[in-house]
Write a protein that binds this ligand. Sequence first.
Ligand code: GLU
Length: 201
Amino acid sequence: MCGIVGILGTHEVAPLILEALKRLEYRGYDSAGIATLQHGQLDRRRAVGKLINLSDRLVHDPLPGKAGIGHTRWATHGAPTEANAHPHQTGPVAVVHNGIIENYRDLRAELSGSNFESETDTEIVAHLCAGYMAQGLAPRAAAVATIARLEGAFALCFLFQGEDDLIVAARKGSPLAIGHGAHEMFVGSDAIALSPMTNRM
Ligand code: GLU
């Protein structure tokens, strides 16, 4: 198990996501990462090992933005390296994922012309979604079309370049809690992760 946090906020989200990921540490993990949107541009930082490594990285190379997704990874497909850490990004799409995409080999074969940067099952999700967007689907529709292709158990969050007000979250067989704030929205692997930010789950 790993942890997922997403925030559409009114403050800088990277520190908030980091704090929320710490509340998910009990689930175990081997690497971590955060992606944010700043003026519509996606950017991400990832680090192997404990969250302190990611937090050190963020001190030297901050990640501004009021919308973001974060992840603690428990590797199932590919070693615990920075390249395999989430979020995975393909073009305008960044994805964090908890679980296993069981049909990822078939999907990867279908996308054999694509450049894969990791050994994970997760990266296929970002590639599929970016492919649907390249065919003209809007981000939300592209995410829906992508999720329909996936077999297995998963919790997923998508963040899209140019869409500062949108996180698409989906789950099948893995938990995700949604939190409502004042002009803010939260998503996380459990309610405890979100509890300091809202009590409306
Ligand atoms: N299967 C994915 C991976 O290996 C996600 C693992 C997890 O749940 O952290 O990257």
